[in-house]
Design a protein around this ligand. Structure first.
Ligand code: ZN
Length: 280
């Protein structure tokens, strides 16, 4: 059975206002979530994030690097930072988040991510192992660094020498790009022919309804139809808040998940299911 995972790349000062609204929606729907946190963002508003998230039974804290330094060259969204800073981004960040929340962090999502996860970044894989991570969620682009990211089943990095490190890919649009929220102008991220034409609008989306129609619903529906283990969209509190401060999109999405009877978990919850052999 397909599980639904709500997850948030929490990565800039603008995220805090969004997280306040997000937490309220999760409490209303009793919906679990994974927060991938940039340590520097957490550091800047530490008491506020502690008050919102610490010891919360619905939430998993995971890591989204220390400074949002990219770990792999991407065609449109930055070049990899220097290898000597990888330990800060992967190891020190984990420790800071753990110290802040008093809980082990087992998941990592690299900034920007890539179209084949971290297969091509051996130093990142090595440090993830050293730090004691058990999963990464880093395959967040379609073929040739296109969007949306397609549905991909979990796999391990056994081929790269890390059989116990899992990849748990998200899917769909980086919603900030679907909205033009980065304000960087048109970007070269389309695939032709499109793998899921129903997810390609004619322009930047303008309403929460369109976000649901072009991104959330088609991915949830396809994940269930294709009997995927999970479906998890790529969301950013700063961008959600700028576009839809009342978080109506979350209301629509969580209502739909409940209506369809889809179980909701966190990423670490999904990992546990995989290790228990409940899902293949
Ligand atoms: Zn990010």
């Amino acid at each position: 059975m397909t599980s639904y995972i709500a997850a948030y790349d929490t990565e800039s000062p603008g995220c805090l206002a969004g997280v306040r609204e997000i937490v309220a929606k999760h409490e209303k729907f009793e919906m679990p979530a994974t927060f991938f946190l940039v340590a520097r963002t957490l550091e800047a508003d530490r008491p506020e994030y502690v008050a919102l998230l610490k010891d919360h039974p619905l939430f998993e804290m995971a890591c989204h690097s220390y400074t949002h330094m990219v770990l792999r060259d991407t065609p449109e969204f930055g070049k990899a930072g220097p290898l000597e800073l990888f330990p800060r981004e992967i190891v020190d960040s984990k420790k800071f988040i753990e110290d802040t929340f008093g809980r082990e962090v087992v998941g990592f999502r690299p900034p920007v991510s890539s179209d084949d996860g971290l297969k091509a970044v051996p130093e990142a894989l090595r440090l993830l192992q050293v730090a004691g991570y058990r999963y990464v969620s880093s395959l967040a682009w379609g073929p040739h660094f296109t969007l949306p990211a397609l549905l991909v089943s979990p796999f391990t990095y056994a081929e790269q020498g890390y059989p116990e490190l899992w990849e748990l890919p998200p899917c769909g649009w980086h919603e900030n790009l679907l909205k033009g929220n980065n304000r960087c102008g048109p970007v070269r991220i389309g695939l032709f022919p499109p793998a899921m034409p129903e997810t390609i609008p004619n322009d930047y989306i303008k309403t929460p309804e369109e976000e649901f129609q072009y991104n959330n619903k088609p991915f949830v529906d396809k994940a269930v139809a294709d009997r995927m283990t999970h479906v998890s969209l790529i969301w950013h509190p700063w961008s959600l808040h700028r576009f839809d401060p009342e978080m109506r999109m979350l209301e629509m999405t969580f209502s739909y998940i409940r209506e369809r009877g889809i179980p909701a978990v966190t990423f670490v919850g999904l990992l546990q299911q995989l290790l228990d052999g409940k899902e293949r």
